[in-house]
Design a protein around this ligand. Structure first.
Ligand SMILES: O=C(O)CCC(=O)C(=O)O
Length: 308
């Protein structure tokens, strides 16, 4: 079976193969229009190093965003714009390889141009995530290094994912990436100028138009577990368009694969908020999420404790 990209490049694609057509879902949730009814929160990273008042405000903003949205747009961060541009370019170069060439790289060290920029990109993303986790710990009333230390983030899993969505002749019946939540603690996402990302908020899909040079940040399943459900891991999806190729790059930050993550003791109260999840090894959680056993259900449902 040819890849979607190969089909597009052959130039004769007027409708999409049935394999890619979404089953009609009459219960699909409403798409919120571009009327600005709901605006994803924006967090200004420069305020982390500002006055005590600015820091307190940014911690409050992070807490609000994590609790109400599970998403925020980070601006004035220290990820150089040209590094993001280079990453998007090398991503494009990688995707331009033939399928045979890509297979040649499978399981091998990273494609050279990707490696050149990705090391620096991943290091910067990790540093930003480390700072954000301090803000998140503080917003929960925990010591600022709590999550970084407790989750051993320094030795934790970091994944780099590049996604390419070629133009689609029938965007109304296809989807770039179906609704899902992320398994880790935090994900940082950048993209080229094409939009398509949507977040589920108050039972509606909200299209996100990232501000220039911003990073889209979201809390993942392990943040929901750790915070005992206070900060949610929210469903999101990627739509396609019929005009131009969209590229996104996600960096997921999590604990080490062997770490068992239960809710933080400080956020569990046997009377008011008993532990809502049982901890399992991060590795097992990822395996469960990637298995076909979920039938469209959230992986969190598998480890949720019935507290009723
Ligand atoms: O490409 C996008 O906008 C979505 C990417 C995403 O959600 C993911 O890689 O998990």
């Amino acid at each position: 079976m040819s890849s979607v990209k190969e089909l597009v490049e052959r130039g004769c694609l007027t409708s999409i193969p049935s394999k890619f057509v979404l089953a009609q879902n009459t219960n699909d949730l409403m798409l919120l229009g571009g009327g600005g009814e709901e605006e994803i929160p924006v967090v200004d990273f420069s305020h982390f190093s500002g006055s005590a008042k600015q820091q307190a405000k940014v911690i409050q903003d992070i807490g609000y965003a994590c609790q109400q949205w599970g998403f925020f747009m980070l601006i004035n961060h220290c990820m150089p714009e040209n590094l993001v541009d280079e990453m998007l370019k090398v991503g494009q170069t990688f995707f331009e390889l033939s399928e045979d060439e890509k297979i040649e790289y499978t399981g091998k060290p990273l494609f050279d141009p990707v490696r050149e920029f990705s090391q620096e990109y991943c290091k910067r993303a990790r540093d930003i995530a480390g700072e954000l986790l301090k803000g998140i710990s503080s917003s929960l009333g925990l010591e600022e290094n709590y999550i970084n230390k407790e989750m051993e983030v320094e030795f934790g899993l970091q994944l780099l994912l590049m996604n390419l969505y070629p133009p689609c002749p029938q965007p109304e019946v296809a989807m770039g990436m179906p609704p899902h939540s992320d398994h880790g603690l935090l994900t940082l996402l950048v993209q080229n100028e094409e939009n398509g990302f949507q977040v589920l908020h108050n039972h509606k899909w909200v299209p996100i138009k990232p501000l220039a040079n911003s990073i889209l940040v979201n809390t993942g399943d392990h943040m929901e577990i750790l915070t005992n459900g206070k900060y949610k891991s929210v469903l999101h999806r990627a739509m396609v368009n019929n005009r131009a190729t969209r590229i996104s790059i996600g960096t997921a930050i999590g604990p080490p694969l062997e770490r068992i993550v239960p809710p933080a003791k400080a956020l569990v109260d046997t009377e008011i908020s008993p532990a809502a999840y049982r901890g399992i090894k991060y590795r097992e959680y990822i395996e469960l999420q990637q298995s076909n056993e979920l039938n469209g259900k959230s992986c969190l449902d598998r480890i949720r404790v019935d507290v009723s």
